[in-house]
Ligand binder design. Structure first.
Ligand code: SN0
Length: 324
């Protein structure tokens, strides 16, 4: 595997889930990262991603450097051919090339602006690092995807499912701020690669990118969608169609005990941070049905499996070589 910036970089999902679960059991490893450095750049806040990825790297024996690039770094120019006479001090060409001297893997978080859909879809920050870095790049949540969270979610469903083909419902929930579609996008993409019955439910106007949804059913009646669910993934996102907008804050979509009672005693997931009593009620979050802490713990093993794969040289024959 050359980079991990999208789920499509991961050829064999089942193999990497097994690897992550083996690493979890093992709780330490043979230090394939000894003498190697992970550099993490954050253009937005983070708690789990930052600490679980740092922990994962250290479990592999890596050194870690972290920078709040938005606050501490030079303002970066991404445009090719720009005449840099305003506030941007450094071009991504130099920044990525220099970081590639110091780091063996570069990991980047850069949220979307949620104003200009076409611009966000270019995922300029992540893709520019990919273009100009000479070492692997890991997406720590870009403008349209969060593949490390998705791998975590796939691991969690694999581990906690007690039936062959569980019903997994992704439900929209209200939120006071406009949030990205990255987490639900990647969750849908990863679940489409698993043996689950996936259903998405959201109010009208909140349908995700049709290129992500593909043939997954979208039901606008939440109560109907929740019937017989074994897993419910709760998440807010802003509108894709009316890009970046909050169309409503309908609290009848808050995931509470009443909603839980419609399911098959579902296990409740969320990527965190979660707004209590807006997105999910206290009663549900504090109940045994909530697996959000278990899920957050799996962030470490997802990151560990990905970093380990990126550290291992590509095999000429196996399914691991990447030509794109
Ligand atoms: C981010 C999101 O993409 O939804 C990160 C989730 C892993 N979430 C937020 O920005 C929540 C912020 C808030 O104000 O609740």
């Amino acid at each position: 595997m050359k980079n991990y910036t999208s789920l499509s970089d991961m050829e064999n999902l089942q193999e990497i889930i097994s690897e992550a679960l083996a690493l979890k059991k093992q709780n330490s490893s043979a230090n394939p990262g000894k003498g190697k450095t992970l550099g993490m750049l954050f253009f937005n806040p983070s708690l789990r991603t930052r600490l679980s990825t740092e922990k994962a790297a250290k479990l592999l024996g890596m050194d870690v450097m972290v920078m709040n690039a938005d606050k501490d770094g030079w303002a970066l120019e991404f445009e090719d051919g720009a005449v840099m006479d305003s506030n941007k001090a450094e071009h991504i060409k130099e920044a990525a090339a220099v970081l590639s001297q110091y780091c063996d893997i570069i990991a980047v978080r850069a949220f979307p602006g949620l104003v200009d859909r076409e611009k966000d879809e270019q995922d300029l920050v992540i893709n520019s690092f990919k273009k100009y870095a000479s070492v692997p790049v890991v997406n720590l949540e870009g403008a349209t995807s969060h593949p490390l969270q998705a791998l975590t979610d796939a691991i969690t469903v694999t581990e906690l499912s007690n039936r062959k083909r569980p019903k997994v419902v992704l439900t929209w929930a209200p939120h006071p701020r406009a949030l990205p579609q990255a987490v639900p996008n990647s969750f849908v993409e990863v679940m489409q690669r698993m043996d689950v019955e996936l259903v998405i439910t959201n109010p009208e106007g909140y349908d995700l990118d049709p290129r992500i949804i593909k043939i997954t059913p979208v039901i606008h009646d939440q109560n109907e969608a929740l019937k017989n669910a074994d897993f419910v993934y709760v998440k807010n996102w802003s509108s894709y169609e009316h890009y970046g907008q909050i169309l409503n804050e309908d609290r009848s979509w808050t995931f509470d005990k009443e909603k839980l009672d419609l399911t098959n005693n579902a296990q409740v997931m969320h990527c965190l941070p979660v707004r209590r009593n807006v997105v999910i009620s206290d009663e549900v979050l504090d109940s045994p049905n909530s697996v959000v802490i278990h899920q957050a713990n799996n962030r470490t093993f997802a990151a560990q499996a990905v970093l380990k794969k990126l550290l291992s040289p590509p095999t000429p024959e196996g399914g691991d070589s990447y030509n794109e």
